[in-house]
Design a binder for this molecule. Structure first.
Ligand SMILES: C[S@@+](CC[C@H](N)C(=O)[O-])C[C@H]1O[C@@H](n2cnc3c(N)ncnc32)[C@H](O)[C@@H]1O
Length: 276
């Protein structure tokens, strides 16, 4: 049974990294492609109110979006992300944090298509309600990893794979999905989010990805805490399956800035952006 609720984590440092990368990937693809199919394999419910019980419990947003809200510097990816969140909220002060389906539905135009998968029944119902005005989105109460069987190779496709990793074999499913993407799909860009929980497991996960032997894979990792024996997330990363040097350059500049804004004072590891 699925028990993960993204409401407890919405707007944290991981959401910030993931959503900035997603927005920039979409913009960079739109420079060359009129129409994009966006697939959200693990969608969540789409809207997370700051005043809700879920978000108020641990206030994880204080580690993420709150630290950025008054950002006054020049990084274009951060500024654009803040503009998108404010536009969706229709207000400078954010009342809710929008999830990936809402962000993408806001950015997409009439030529794009949006396909969202959410397996948890309640989250699915909420998402359907929260996207009811967004006519460009289709929502499925199904396993998002099945998307690989449905990709139309003729259409430029952007995929966000964002499991909760509450089921341990999510790491293996991600690896298998990456192997399939590498073997079969040339016309596809994927963003795969992962948590950094401990060094050994993380190194093993990255090494297994490296063994796939693709020249289209970049590791983008943002540590925010000291790597030690303690349980919990030390940071998070994105496996970017895309060859665009432009997008990688943008993410390099952005992660450097995010590292200074979001890491805590004990963090002893530098961020990483490297082809693997
Ligand atoms: C990390 S949350 C998604 C957050 C969302 N992508 C965002 O950025 O706003 C992961 C979601 O995946 C759902 N989920 C878990 N396993 C799934 C599966 N196999 N297929 C589709 N959804 C799944 C969970 O119920 C949860 O809502």
């Amino acid at each position: 049974m699925l028990s993960y609720k993204h409401g407890y984590h919405a707007g944290n440092e991981a959401d910030v990294l993931k959503h900035i990368c997603l927005i920039q990937a979409y913009i960079s693809l739109k420079r060359h492609h009129k129409s994009i199919t966006y697939v959200d394999t693990h969608s969540g419910s789409g809207i997370y109110k700051f005043a809700s019980d879920y978000m108020s419990k641990n206030k994880e947003y204080n580690r993420g979006i709150t630290k950025l809200e008054n950002y006054k510097f020049e990084n274009q990816s951060i500024n654009y992300y803040l503009k998108v969140l404010r536009n969706i909220n229709k207000c400078k002060k954010l009342l809710f944090y929008p999830g990936s389906p809402l962000i993408m539905s806001h950015l997409a135009d009439n030529l794009d298509q949006i396909l969202c998968y959410e397996l948890h029944n309640n989250e699915f119902k909420l998402l359907r309600k929260n996207l009811s005005k967004n006519l460009n989105a289709k929502i499925f109460n199904k396993d998002g990893f099945e998307f690989v069987n449905k990709v139309n190779e003729k259409k430029k496709t952007l995929v966000l794979i964002d499991p909760s990793y509450e089921i341990k074999d999510d790491f293996d499913k991600v690896l298998n999905t990456l192997r399939t993407l590498n073997a079969k799909f040339e016309n596809l860009t994927a963003i795969i989010w992962y948590p950094v929980l401990n060094i050994e497991n993380n190194d093993l996960f990255i090494e297994n990805i490296r063994k796939i032997g693709s020249n289209r894979i970049t590791r983008i990792e943002l540590p925010v805490k000291k790597y030690d024996e303690e349980v919990g997330m030390k940071g998070s990363g994105i496996i970017l399956f895309d060859g665009s040097p432009y997008l990688i350059k943008l993410m390099k500049e952005c992660v450097k800035e995010l590292y200074h804004l979001l890491k805590d004072e004990y963090c002893n590891i530098k961020p990483k952006i490297q082809k693997i």
